[in-house]
Design a protein. Structure first.
Length: 75
């Protein structure tokens, strides 16, 4: 048995500890308050990127149609 196992057996497990490691890291309540705004910010960024990609796809599709029309006129 190692020292951690002996302590756990003698003292018992207490809240806030990780078996075999020791005290658990404390939660940062600042991060939990800021997390929703960061998620919303990331969601807005991804939504904008999606819109940009959709616009690019529409332009490429229109270019393909224009090229097909030109080819059909030339033949």
């Amino acid at each position: 048995m190692d020292e951690t196992a002996i302590r756990a057996q003698v003292i018992g497990r207490s809240a806030g500890t990780i078996s075999g490691i020791g005290p658990a890291p404390h939660k940062s309540y600042i991060n939990t308050r800021k997390a929703p705004s960061k998620v919303i910010e990331l969601l807005e960024l991804l939504t904008q990127k999606d819109k940009d990609k959709t616009e690019q796809l529409e332009l490429l599709t229109q270019n393909d149609k224009d090229k097909d029309n030109l080819i059909s006129q030339l033949t």
